[in-house]
Design a protein around this ligand. Structure first.
Ligand code: BDR
Ligand code: CA
Length: 313
């Protein structure tokens, strides 16, 4: 059984990933922590509580930071044109949600849960890396107690999706991501190199909704706005970025990875760019030395990933 804390900014593709984690029989979802990214923190937290209530997910929801790790940075704009003004494709969300957030800030919830389950927790982070960076700042020794860190983030050998250099989750908080990549825990980055190959067609999701009951129908409803955004980019479907990271936890054999130290450019024209120094290559001594070797996904069996999601949902 994989014990997972899901750090997320719901977010349409986050919602599918959440339902996958909840439904997968080998995953024990022990907590949901919220981050900024697709919407401000109040909205992503409200959305996490709404989805947890709608889908009967009992794991606690803890609200994360509403600001970037480096106080000199400002939050910028929210991608309402991708996820809708309410972060969930502008579906109607009830004014009052019975589920309430855990009183602890997300990073404290993560620290407490990891310390109570040493060596057992996998952190799956599919928004900005702010909460994970705050964990490292508040309690650096926790890194050694985490089983695995799997993130959706980065663009290693392909262009970014916010700038030519940077992917959204990394661009949103570059200093946080650089800290996460260089910490002494194992990080696997499931980035645009593989997620952009994983497209779920509108009809495929609609077929799933027909047989998947009201939970998948809700997912189908909230995904329509996002599919409309992706429509002319990938055909009549959507890129299921965050679900790819969740699938990696249970089926790493569906991915190819490359090992090597990873860093994030912080500032300038390539702000938020992810760079990996492959272990197989040598360079003169420099900034790459002394950092842990992490894993970047370079290949994916997209059909098998889609089929797994379909069967689990
Ligand atoms: C990532 O950015 C967000 O919009 C998505 O939810 C995903 O986590 C893709 O770059
Ligand atoms: Ca996300």
């Amino acid at each position: 059984m994989h014990k997972v804390i899901f750090d997320t900014d719901p977010g349409v593709d986050d919602a599918m990933a959440l339902l996958f984690l909840h439904r997968h029989p080998e995953i024990d979802l022990v907590g949901i922590t919220t981050t900024i990214g697709n919407a401000p923190i109040e909205i992503t937290t409200r959305n996490a509580l709404f989805l947890a209530e709608a889908w009967g997910i009992e794991a606690p929801v803890a609200q994360g930071s509403g600001e970037k790790f480096d106080p000199k940075r400002t939050n910028g704009h929210w991608p309402t044109f991708i996820h809708g003004d309410n972060g969930l494709g502008n579906i109607t969300i009830p004014e009052v949600i019975a589920r309430k957030a855990d009183p602890r800030p997300a990073h404290q919830f993560i620290i407490d849960t990891v310390r109570a389950n040493p060596g057992e927790i996998t952190l799956v982070a599919v928004g900005r890396m702010t909460n994970l960076a705050l964990v490292l700042k508040a309690d650096p020794d926790v890194a050694a107690l985490v089983k695995d860190v799997v993130i959706m983030g980065g663009a290693f050998d392909v262009p970014g999706n916010v700038t030519p250099a940077a992917e959204a989750n990394i661009y949103g908080d570059p200093e946080a991501a650089d800290l996460v990549f260089t910490a002494p825990w194992r990080v696997t980055a499931v980035g645009l190199d593989v997620t952009m190959q994983t497209v779920m067609m509108r009809t495929y999701l609609a077929e799933m909704a027909k047989v998947g009951g009201k939970d998948v129908q809700l997912l189908n409803d909230l995904s329509q706005f996002y599919i409309d955004f992706y429509n002319h980019r990938v055909g009549d479907g959507m890129v299921i970025h965050d679900s790819c990271a969740c699938v990696y936890v249970v089926r790493p054999d569906l991915f190819q990875t490359r090992s090597g130290a990873m860093r994030v450019v912080c500032g300038g024209i390539a702000d938020g760019m992810t760079i990996q120094k492959p272990d197989a290559k040598t360079f003169p001594p420099g900034d790459w030395d002394g950092h842990p070797s992490q894993f970047a996904c370079t290949g994916i069996d997209a059909d098998a990933v889609l089929a797994l999601i379909r069967s689990v949902l």
